[in-house]
Design a protein around this ligand. Sequence first.
Ligand code: ISE
Length: 339
Amino acid sequence: MTTTAELRVGVVGAGQMGADHIKRLTHRITGAHVSAIVEPDAARAAAAQELAPGSVAFGSLEEAIAADALDAVVIATPGRFHEPVLLPAIQAGLPTLCEKPLTEDAASSWRVLEAEMQGGRKILQVGFMRRFDPEYAQLREFIAGKDAGELLMLRCVHRNPSVLDYYTQEMLIADSVVHEFDVVPWLVGSSIRSVQVRHGRRNSLSPAHLDEPILVLIELENGVLADVEMNVSVQFGYQVATEAVFEKGIARIGQPAGMQVWEDGRFSVGEHRSFVTRFAQAYDIEVQAWVDAAKQDTIAGPSAWDAYRVSVAVEAGVRALHEPGPVELDLPAQPEFYS
Ligand code: ISE
């Protein structure tokens, strides 16, 4: 479908992320608009329709497809609902941007990959938005340029102010560290060999069912080590930062960049409170790139294969939550289709 016409996008799921994408598609993205909202919760669907004038609400993606109400899909439901939406979207040949994680385990991610391969075209892009964050892109270039010598280590922090009740211990890996499992190999240019998790002193402010923060050690095939402080009860704000350690230098991204205030004998800098603002620019760039690519019948970001590799790392990471040693990854060969 190479086209110059406006892309009619159906957004599946109108929760926090879905509503954010609806606003983005309506106000900041060019060449596309939200034509359909798929959301079983009637109140949420109505609120989402107000954000996207002219959009029509449907109870299921199948109904929206049958009504010919869309040319492309953004999936923004929680991960456990992705597979049942991805399969009909792929069968209908609709360009799809699916929020992370692709699915919740490697077997179901593989089923999605097979469905896409059967269709014969790459139509699935996965929403690992950090790849579109200008600072991450700059760091990737700096690593590849070797100006400060070879990269030795990445020290990552991933801090959330708090999490909702449904957030489980496994989600520390499957919902949160999942981002580092995508972006660390992308930055370094090497695959993950193993994952190890250490539990330290528990934060008494964590929800009762969580044992965190955790420290995740990611070993890459080229010997680079990345450690991730995964911490979801920091209270003060939202922070995602990386320090890269080279042979003869250091590079840092993700430092607080809000308003600086000197007041009452103190100096302070504004910090984010949510990923919605921290990665707003990355989401805008990601969605615009996806829209432009969808019109050219292609994708412009992480593929289903990239997301499958992440699913394999997530499985290793979830095992590593309960096992002491590093858990090695077992990846099949990359299908020709994705090379
Ligand atoms: C959330 O789902 C995200 O994707 C955020 O980027 C991440 O920081 C957070 O931990 C997740 O729960």
